[in-house]
Design a protein around this ligand. Structure first.
Ligand code: NOJ
Length: 537
């Protein structure tokens, strides 16, 4: 069964008008009482996505895996891990989503396999094994140490010595995540077949994990030191990943992936995980835009929450986008502290208004629509191997991966068993059930904004232009044909006055606060503390 490929506003492929939502399957809904979310649980919650009003769901991996990195260490790309269910469950899940006109996006992990993957088991068995060159095997340096200075993003060297064949293998992440050699054509063929397998089963696109890591320097030269390294930064930040990632031929690999997915109907989308500054993202769209349709833009995550730097980032990104390239925005994911913990509950609402009113495809992280905060995990219950590996990494990534609170019961409606991470200490009233009943909640506000985006193509398709900054009020226009909206975001908890010189009147379309819809607005506008306002001009 396929979803309708009708374009909502008739203007471009579906993923340009879509709002994407990321599910971390372990934490979404458990159906069998083992304390870990599963596909059956997701199916049970399918109506939530249509009620909320998102268009596509990206699932962090649920493929067969020893779960050392909770699924980002795949040992069989073509099956579902029994913790999550079966292929039959997967097919039912796709059907349930497509029946609701919601698309399904899988996580594709091409840079590395689990050390338990049969390819790696063969590769490590002897230097002569035909799959030896599927991974990076190198002799020790003359001093017996690793072949170069590359640092693992999960802590320590990127090289692990294997006593059996007396060589090192490369792992950009954990030593149980062994990097595939994408310069080997058989690796590329096998990994392209993975895409085909899932496209045949009806998926609508992929989020590509760590895509820049596919292209390493062919001579494996050292990475240069990072002049901006500060004590307290994670150890891998000592070097700039100049040779260990983002090599010259990255777009050949990406272009080939794109050619595979382009052979399928329904305009499958490729979202690529690239942690790059605005100026460095553009090449990932590819020559003649034959690369990633949506290279992820994480820049708002590391920009100080002040009007000037935020506006500069938005303007810089808009300015560097190649012709025909489509923007996207991210405010959270399973690797980043929760936005509500970074900004506080009030400004998390403002961040949501920004995410859903900037030009481009928003990618929402599960629970951010509830304003979930990081969860304090008792030390004995920490699970994230990155956090446990790297002293100084605090609680690692567990705090942003806690179970979805569906209701106000002790286990939050997530499980009948022992949840794999604590449900957390969110205050009463923060669950889906409670927030659905409260018109002023973050959830109700998010849903209202999503409905507004559907009704008002100007919010997805309109042009973006900044208004002059006044104090800590960030403001911009969106315009499509004759429809023009102004978005005003008060980044402080103080009352503000704001004036839009070039207009005489307008009316309120949306506010984070209680305000009369259609209230007339004149040139001088009073914004409440922490208020976000959308005005039709
Ligand atoms: C990026 C993923 O988002 C992260 O969760 C994972 O640990 C690494 N890539 C390795 O796959």
């Amino acid at each position: 069964m396929g979803v309708s490929s009708r374009k909502r506003n008739g203007a471009g492929p579906w993923w340009q008008d879509a709002v994407l939502y990321q599910v971390y399957p372990r934490s979404f809904q458990d159906s069998n009482g083992d304390g870990i979310g599963d596909l059956e649980g997701i199916i049970e919650r399918a109506d939530y996505f249509s009620w909320l009003g998102v268009d596509a769901v990206w699932f962090s991996p649920f493929f067969t895996s020893p779960m050392i990195d909770f699924g980002y260490d795949v040992s069989n790309y073509l099956d579902i891990d029994p913790i999550f269910g079966t292929i039959a469950d997967f097919d039912r899940m796709v059907a349930a989503f497509h029946a609701r006109n919601i698309r399904v996006i899988l996580d594709y992990v091409p840079n590395h396999t689990s050390d338990q993957h049969p390819w790696f088991v063969e590769s490590r068995s002897s230097r002569e094994n035909p799959r030896r060159d599927w991974y990076f095997w190198r002799d020790p340096a003359p001093d017996g140490g690793p072949p170069n200075n590359w640092q693992s993003l999960a802590g320590g060297s990127s090289w692990e010595f294997d006593a059996r064949t007396r060589q090192f293998y490369c792992h950009t992440f954990l030593k149980e995540q062994c990097d595939l050699n994408w310069r080997n054509p058989s690796v590329r063929d096998a990994m392209h077949d993975v895409l085909r397998f899932w496209l045949e089963r009806g998926v609508d696109g992929f989020r590509i994990d760590a895509v820049g890591c596919l292209a390493k320097d062919p001579d494996l030269r050292d990475d240069p030191p990072n002049p901006d390294f500060h004590p307290g930064d994670p150890p891998f930040a000592r070097n700039l990943m100049v040779n260990s990632a983002n090599g010259k031929d990255i777009m050949d690999f990406v272009g080939d992936i794109r050619s595979v997915v382009d052979q399928y109907p329904r305009d499958p989308v490729l979202i690529g995980e690239v942690y790059l500054k605005t100026g460095e993202i553009a090449p990932y769209y590819g020559p003649e835009l034959g690369g990633l349709q949506l290279p992820t833009n994480f820049n708002l995550l590391w920009t100080p929450w002040k009007a000037r730097p935020i506006l500069d980032v938005i303007a810089a990104y808009e300015a560097v986008l190649p012709k025909g390239a489509w923007p996207d925005w991210v405010m959270g994911n399973h690797d980043q502290p929760r936005i509500a913990s970074r900004l506080g509950k009030e400004q998390a609402r403002i961040a949501m208004v920004m995410l859903l009113t900037l030009r481009g495809t928003p990618i929402l992280y599960y629970g951010d629509e509830l304003g979930l905060e990081n969860i304090e995990i008792p030390p004995g219950r920490l699970r994230d191997p990155f956090g446990l590996n790297m002293p100084g990494a605090g609680q690692g990534r567990d705090p942003e991966r806690c179970p979805m609170p569906w209701d106000e019961t002790q286990k939050a409606g997530f499980t009948s068993g022992d949840p794999w991470l604590p449900i957390g200490s969110n205050e009463p009233g923060s669950s889906v059930e409670a927030q659905r009943k409260d018109e002023g909640s973050m959830l109700s506000m998010t849903r209202q904004l999503l409905a507004l985006r559907r009704e008002q193509p100007v919010l997805s398709r309109g042009s973006w232009s900044p208004l002059p900054i006044e104090g800590e009020t960030l403001a911009y226009f969106r315009q499509l044909g004759k429809t023009r909206f102004a978005v005003l975001l008060n980044l402080e908890s103080k009352l503000k006055r704001f004036s839009i010189a070039e207009i005489s009147t307008g009316h309120v379309i949306f506010s984070t606060h209680k305000r009369d819809r259609h209230q007339a607005i004149r040139q001088d506008i009073e914004l409440a503390a922490n208020e976000g306002l959308i005005i039709a001009l």
